[in-house]
Write a protein that binds this ligand. Sequence first.
Ligand SMILES: [Zn+2]
Ligand SMILES: [Zn+2]
Length: 175
Amino acid sequence: MLIDLTNIANSEEKIIHAEVPYKPEVFSSALGEFPIMGKTPVSLEIRNKGNRKLQIAGKMSFEAVIPCSRCLEDVSVRIDMDFEKSVDMKLSASEKIEELDEQNFIDGYNLDVDKLVYGEILINWPTKVLCKADCKGICSTCGVNLNLQTCDCDITDLDPRMAQIRDIFSKFKEV
Ligand SMILES: [Zn+2]
Ligand SMILES: [Zn+2]
């Protein structure tokens, strides 16, 4: 969705509010594709701070379905975003892109809300997700989910020296 900024860019001290739906049902990034649900509309406040500078403040909440970092079961994670951007409408298109850290959400005189929100989701994406603090993860030998069942891959069966090495190794492996 695009918001035309022509009017506000030309009216000092003007403020506009907008509630914009965010349509995508899936968030795709280098990490994969994740369903997003329970979205609130994007609540925007755009303020002309004078000298053709705009301040864009926004809020949006949603739930992302992300696999647990240990056992890979889907976890619903609530993400609340609250952001603020400054845009200098005096800059040329290429200067704007540079200033906005390559976040190309201003297209001429239009604010591309989808691109703005996508960039914010990327910034707010959790680096680690656990289904519960003490998630037991997956057995590295047979692959069963150790929260749901036990398996016979008993590490104490191993040579005790091996078990020790494995203990040390699993401390590093912990995500
Ligand atoms: Zn888990
Ligand atoms: Zn096992």
